[in-house]
Design a protein around this ligand. Structure first.
Ligand code: FAD
Length: 413
């Protein structure tokens, strides 16, 4: 028996590790197109970019090299998978080799979305997804004077937060507030205030229409309202698309990602998909939805490993959680909100220590915490263990999530 895992990111490495943890003794091949020992992505937009961060540009490994040897995981690095034949149960590598599988795990992640405006080819227009991107960006941050970040999502804002220590930084966001897709308006407000305090100029309801330069180097960013911002470094952070080409070309069901059923199985026999590249139907969302966070990739990897070792079992049902650190804000979210949710705010908004509880049909569906890790841990437990928190409970004077979890679910928080 052979399990081939395509993609040695957070999901792929966890899949290999979990297979061994569960007693799988046959062959595991973990393939990745990048040349580096598999590394963690979250630090790349945070500590790694600062002067004190990073380990000499190596990144934080997901596992030490010895782990792969001692667990007999055959690591194929700098080995892009270019083709998949599900009928024959094999994948093809760029160097012409083929790898046969009994089970295939697609953990191919995502690729940054390109911005379709003139001037993206200029020197000084960069993106951030990989260790190589982060190393290059770190070098440029040392000398850049005017930085424009295109996109007020969490990656763009994390870069802005680091860069603000040494440069003039502007964030340009077309929506009416930053991180609009991920968090409630109160949280966006806190983020915008924190960036303003740090001197970051956040411009909302405005997009970039062109980058202009001279002698091949970017110098200006032109905005939809005609304003031109000076820029010697532009970081484009406008979201990602799933790496689903292999699946698409193999004739599998793809819809904004590789579509999986509740057991994370794709439309092809013996092929699973996990993490950023996998799209599945979630409650409250009519179309398949992808999640882009470490927890989702890691927990789905564990689930698939269990299915391979023990057979089909339970459907995958974990409440997703996510974090971002920006300046003096530690933001943690759990659950999935949507536009029509009812909000109850706990804590002190004016001191940036609060949580937004989101309810749908009087059921708690998500909690977003700003500098309240205690709330976050309690909310994870309530949502994971099916606590039945209602709007009227949360609105009660002195209501406390941890105390509620303790009272309803027992003394474990
Ligand atoms: C800068 C940055 C900061 C982030 N910060 C946070 C954070 O604070 N918190 C959080 O929860 N999430 C964060 N994320 C998101 C998180 O990193 C992703 O959700 C997570 O990495 C998804 O894991 P994955 O295994 O699905 O994909 P990835 O970790 O992206 O791994 C996919 C791997 O597949 C490889 N691959 C793709 N196609 C092929 C192919 N054809 N052949 C061979 N190999 C292939 C790629 O090279 C890559 O190594 C951040 C992401 C970035 C980029």
């Amino acid at each position: 028996m052979t399990v081939v895992v395509v993609g040695a990111g957070h999901g792929g490495v966890q899949a290999a590790a979990s297979l061994r943890d569960l007693g799988y003794t046959d062959k595991i091949v973990l393939v990745d197109g990048q040349p580096h020992l598999p590394y963690q992505r979250p630090p790349l937009s945070k500590a790694f970019l600062g002067d004190s961060g990073g380990r000499g540009g190596e990144g934080e490994p997901l596992r030490a090299r010895e782990f792969f040897d001692s667990h007999r995981v055959e690591l194929e690095l700098a080995a892009e998978v270019t083709g998949l034949r599900t009928a024959d149960h094999h994948v093809r590598l760029a160097d012409g080799r083929t790898l046969a599988y009994d089970h295939l795990v697609l953990a191919t992640g995502a690729t940054n979305r390109a911005l379709e405006v003139p001037g993206t080819e200029l020197d000084g227009v960069v993106e951030l997804r990989t260790l190589a991107d982060a190393s290059a960006l770190r070098g440029r941050l040392r000398t850049a004077r005017n930085i424009v970040v295109i996109g007020g999502g969490f990656i763009g804002l994390e870069v802005a937060a680091v860069a603000a220590a040494s440069s003039s930084v502007t964030v340009v966001e077309p929506q009416e507030r930053v991180m609009a897709r991920a968090v409630a308006p109160f949280v966006s407000d806190a983020v915008q205030r924190a960036h303003a305090r740090a001197g970051v100029n956040v411009i909302v309801r405005t997009g970039a229409v062109a980058f202009a330069g001279d002698e091949g180097q970017v110098r200006r960013v032109r905005l939809t309202d005609g304003v031109e911002l000076p820029a010697d470094l532009v970081v484009v952070a406008v979201g990602v698309t799933a790496n689903d080409r292999l699946a698409l070309e193999a004739g599998m069901h793809v819809d904004n990602g590789i579509v999986v059923d509740p057991w994370l199985r794709t439309s092809a026999a013996d092929v699973f998909a996990i993490g950023d590249c996998a799209a599945r139907v979630h409650e409250g969302s009519p179309t398949p939805r992808r999640l882009e966070c470490v927890q989702n990739a890691v927990d789905q990897a564990r689930h698939v490993a269990t299915s391979i070792v023990h057979g089909r079992g339970e459907p995958y049902e974990r409440v997703p959680y996510f974090w971002t650190h920006q300046l003096d804000l530690r933001i943690q979210t759990v659950g999935l909100g949507s536009a029509d949710d009812e909000h109850v705010v706990l804590g002190e908004r004016d001191r940036d220590r609060f949580s937004v509880c989101r309810f749908r049909n009087d059921r708690l569906v998500a909690v977003e915490s700003v500098n309240r890790p205690r709330d976050h841990m309690a909310a994870r437990r309530i949502l994971d263990e099916g606590g039945d928190l209602r709007v009227c409970d949360a609105k009660r004077d002195g209501f406390d999530l941890k105390e509620y979890a303790h009272a309803e679910l027992g003394n474990k928080v």
